[in-house]
Ligand binder design. Sequence first.
Ligand code: K3U
Ligand code: ZN
Length: 185
Amino acid sequence: MTEPTSQLHSQRSIIQLGHPTLRQRARQVRDVRSSEVQQLIDELIATVEQANGVGIAAPQVDESYQIMIVASRPNPRYPFAPEMEPTAMINPTILARSEAMEKGWEGCLSVPGVRGLVPRHCEVTVEYQDRAGQLQQITLTGFVARIFQHEYDHFQGLVFLDRVESEADLLDEAAYQAMVNPERS
Ligand code: K3U
Ligand code: ZN
């Protein structure tokens, strides 16, 4: 029987808030097709899958490069989120942002135990290189746009807590789970 591809690649340790790399600006990737970059992409995919996340950015594994993985799937807060194969987006730029913004719940693998309501643009049009080095342009909406903006912030040295507008918009994990699954608490 063939194992899922991600299990053939090593996971990386995720650094936590307080580590200086999370506050640095990430560098552009020069050679997307190099074996080092391809290996880092595979490790990021293995890491986000193992952590049950919906996205990850390379600075979170202490690699200060503009590489993110977006891996949307439906979840209790976003039941209509699309199920996506983990997708690498390299050297992304935002070409357009919707005026409309929406607050939504976020977590971060580098900030365990805290959830926050974060205002994000409902729609973003982005350009990025895929893992083959090809330039792609796409308009993202809803939860996928939210994941993208969360990961893009990691390239600027920002975390979601920096965008939370009020303390009332923060919950610890237990309170968040009780809100999402009230019957289980
Ligand atoms: O919040 C998390 C989640 C997991 C499954 C469904 C819905 C939410 C896990 S934390 C997560 O996936 C972050 C990952 C990070 F920090 F490494 F980038 C991404 C994220 C979660 C929620 C909204 C936006 C981005
Ligand atoms: Zn994060």
